[in-house]
Design a protein around this ligand. Sequence first.
Ligand code: 13P
Length: 226
Amino acid sequence: MEKIVVANLKMNLEENDAINYVKVINSKKYNVNLFIAPSNIYLEKFKSNNYNLTAQNVSSYEDGDYTGEVSAKQLKSLGASAVIIGHSERRKLFNETNEDINNKIKIALENDLIVLLCIGSDFKSLSKEKEYIDNELSKDLMGISDYSNIIIAYEPELYIGTGNSLEIENISEIYKYIKEKYNMKVIYGGSVSLKNTNEIVNACDGIIVGKMSQKASEFVKLLDIL
Ligand code: 13P
């Protein structure tokens, strides 16, 4: 089965970079199930048949007077097919609660968006991490019984943007744990690079990539080795 690769471009790229990024990425075909998540302002420019157009966030409200928010319906109408929810940067820097995340997941699923649900703590030990995951998932997924459109993006916070990825044995253990208990696809994120991509992808269902995905010419190199 094709591996999942998600490019989380975060708050990067200006208009010309965005236009160039799309050109470079679309110059080839890749053997993966690709998701690309630009800032919302570029969603229209990123429309393509080569990958799943993905948002980095969605409002927990359906529609109405919520200045600055973007709804699942609006994302869908722009051609998005997926959305990242609960990234640790949002949980931490923007104080997103489990309740917010739960509402966002419900609204995204109702609007036929694939949910890339990010979870992960500071990885003190395997048993603590499993406990943490169970606790988070019980809250984030409250009242949701159909997991078929949810992909878990396991991203241990301490390994994001540091150049060091979690040890492969631990990625493997967490993958097996979530897969067996919740029957969901599980991808890994946190300092994925050209060096460790193959090993990580073989240990789970795919990867979510930050820094390494933000320059199209570098990201294409990563896609080419898969
Ligand atoms: P890095 O690949 O830069 O560590 O970021 C991971 C991430 O946050 C993806 O969502």
